[in-house]
Design a protein around this ligand. Structure first.
Ligand code: F6R
Length: 607
């Protein structure tokens, strides 16, 4: 989704803006632009291409105050005229993330007042609105007045040509951070854009407006009261967002999984027993009251929830439902106040998941837990309980290490719930803790299969469709494998629980339809083998991801990838890795933009 960077300093800030946008490229965008204030004029540079092109076009631009943006088109096609910043009468410039729902009505009113529109965006109304209130002379007040007329979601940055040292920023429904420097200040939609200049950051809250000057800043809450917000020191470091020795962020992030898992499990693996307190102090009183679990999430995060359902019901004996957040938020459900509502999100800013959580709370759900990778994100702040996955920044649009760390966190939830419900004796608890401690090493062994998977990927390069099969807790892993493949290689891929094959999809199977099967050595293996026979008999080409003891033989049209070990309940985590690698290498074969697949954004902060 769109990205924002802004700066006010006593030096040329153009390279800070451009480098910040480069850091935000991973979020997905189709055009970019910046504006600086120089000699009481707004100097705007925009490009319908990549940020690098914007960097070239602005190489000779100078300014000590400016705002910049990467746009992900919602209103109006991707083009230079629709790229931000948008300006009003050469006096006001605005960058905006989010969607203004009442923009048509505002546009009509502003046109009647004589404002001319030069883009098809909803954002341009913000620039003109601020301009229409600016006669009073205060950019802060003009912005606050304009914001009070907006319906929708926004994070904005605003500058005025006649105000050379001041930037106004605001957020409601879209994330925005304030970077605090020495005698200089910055704003950005994502911490990774700020690491080049500061680690001191204020997470602006819903409805906040901030007036940013060279030496200081003032924050006002949604009622207009001046408020103090804590300055945090970010734990991210610049290296964690560097590509290093890898070709793509996705590849890097796949390889970071042993460390990401070890970090996520650190507190537990260092202790001798599991306690509810790892989810927050209030878990001690909330968890014993919980009668069932409702998981809300989107995309890959939803798949981790689907795996957890198997764990929670089988190991902890607690009923669990998993819903797509965008569906749940709009349907009439029957709330039970004893339900634990678990939201899962890498970014913690996904609009649908956040709205589903707020909706759940509005229907009376008071027990809320967030499993999330970004501290201080909106979803974390809206939840009573939390467990942070410690995957580190995930830059590749296709989620990888966030997914496996979510699974690890959900496994911890399962064990804590099982223990509270008397279903986990001390011996079994120690056994599970032992398996968790071994997990990073087990994942490392799977990563060693990379060259074999790269070979296997060659079979997919000229295919247009693929089927993914799994059973039980590995069905969501098959679904995740299909999602990865379609996202980054653009091959149409669908996942089915293998038992469903003969109820319809078998009709699709022929030599042009590769069938990928997740085949761990579990109780459903024999049934899965029969399903695979059904595929083979129809001339389908099979790619089987089997465990060491699975005993499925390689033959004509049957390719086997033998996993190094069988991990019992943790097997879904191990089986995810080869599917991520498969999607990655198929995308390489096809030459697609692995880290920034077309039409997709990293954080989906609009509906
Ligand atoms: C797929 C992917 C998306 C996200 C989904 C939710 O690779 O990344 O499906 O999982 O948009 O995002 P988060 O987890 O940030 O809420």
């Amino acid at each position: 989704m769109c990205g924002i960077v802004g700066a006010v300093a006593k030096r040329n800030i153009v390279s800070i803006l451009v480098n910040g946008l480069l850091r935000l490229e991973y979020r997905g965008y189709d055009s970019a632009g910046l504006v600086v204030v120089h000699d009481a004029k707004l100097e705007r540079v925009r490009s319908a291409g990549r940020v690098a092109e914007l960097g070239q076009k602005s190489a000779n631009t100078y300014g000590e105050l400016g705002i910049a943006h990467t746009r992900w088109a919602t209103h109006g096609v991707p083009s230079e005229r629709n790229a931000h910043p948008h300006m009003s009468r050469d006096l006001i410039a605005v960058v905006h993330n989010g969607i203004i729902e009442n923009y048509e009505e505002l546009r009509t009113e502003l046109t009647a007042q004589g404002y001319e529109f030069t883009s098809d965006t909803d954002t341009e109304v913000i620039a003109h609105l601020i301009h229409s209130h600016y006669a009073q002379g205060s950019l802060l007040i003009a912005t606050q007045m304009a914001l009070s007329q907006l319906v929708g979601a926004y994070a904005i940055g605003v500058v005025a040509a006649d105000n050379p040292h001041q930037l106004i920023a605001a957020r409601k429904g879209s994330p925005l951070l304030l970077g605090v420097g020495v005698g200089e200040h910055f704003v950005a939609s994502d911490m990774s854009a700020l690491l080049q200049v500061t680690k001191n950051v204020v997470y602006l809250e819903e409805g906040d407006v901030v007036e940013v000057n060279l030496a200081n800043y003032r924050i006002f809450d949604q009622l207009g009261n001046s408020v103090q917000r804590q300055v945090h020191v970010s734990e991210l470091d610049n290296d964690s967002v560097e590509l290093g020795e890898y070709q793509h962020y996705m590849q890097k992030e796949i390889h970071e999984q042993p460390q990401a898992l070890a970090n996520t499990l650190e507190s537990v693996c260092n202790s001798q027993s599991l306690v509810p307190g790892i989810f927050g102090a209030e878990a001690n009183t909330i968890f014993p009251q919980v009668e069932n679990i409702l998981i809300l999430a989107c995309g890959t995060s939803n798949h981790s929830g689907q795996v957890a359902k198997y764990w929670l019901e089988e190991i902890a004996g607690i009923p669990c439902n998993v819903e797509i957040a965008s569906e749940y938020r709009y349907r009439t459900s029957v709330p039970n106040p004893k339900t634990l509502v678990v939201t899962i999100s890498q970014s913690g800013e996904t609009a649908d998941t956040l709205a589903a959580l707020i909706h759940a709370k509005s229907t009376g759900h008071a027990f809320t837990l967030a499993i999330c990778n970004v501290p201080e994100s909106a979803i974390i702040r809206q939840s009573k309980l939390r467990l942070l996955t410690r995957a580190g920044p995930e830059i590749g649009v296709a989620s990888t290490k966030a997914f496996t760390t979510q699974l690890a966190a959900l496994f911890l939830l399962t064990l804590v719930m099982a223990k509270l419900r008397g279903r986990l004796d001390a011996e079994r608890e120690q056994q599970f803790l032992h398996e968790l401690r071994h997990l990073p090493a087990a994942v490392q062994k799977v990563l060693a299969l990379e060259p074999k998977i790269a070979e296997m990927a060659k079979h997919f390069a000229n295919k247009h469709h693929a089927l993914f099969l799994g059973r039980g807790m590995h069905f969501p892993i098959a679904a995740e494998g299909a999602l990865k493949l379609k996202e980054i290689s653009y091959i149409h891929a669908e996942a089915y629980p293998a038992g469903e094959l003969k109820h319809g999809p078998l009709a699709l199977v022929d030599a042009d339809m590769p069938v990928v099967s997740v085949a761990p050595n579990d109780t459903l293996l024999e049934k899965l083998k029969s399903n695979l026979q059904e595929v083979k008999a129809r001339g389908g080409e099979l790619f089987v991801f089997a465990d060491a003891e699975t005993h499925i033989k390689e033959s004509e049209g049957v390719h086997i990838l033998q996993m190094p070990e069988h991990a019992g309940f943790l097997s879904p985590i191990l089986h995810t890795i080869p599917l991520q690698l498969l999607a990655y290498y198929v995308a390489l074969e096809k030459g697609t933009d692995v880290d920034k697949p077309r039409n997709l954004a990293k954080s989906v902060t609009v509906e």
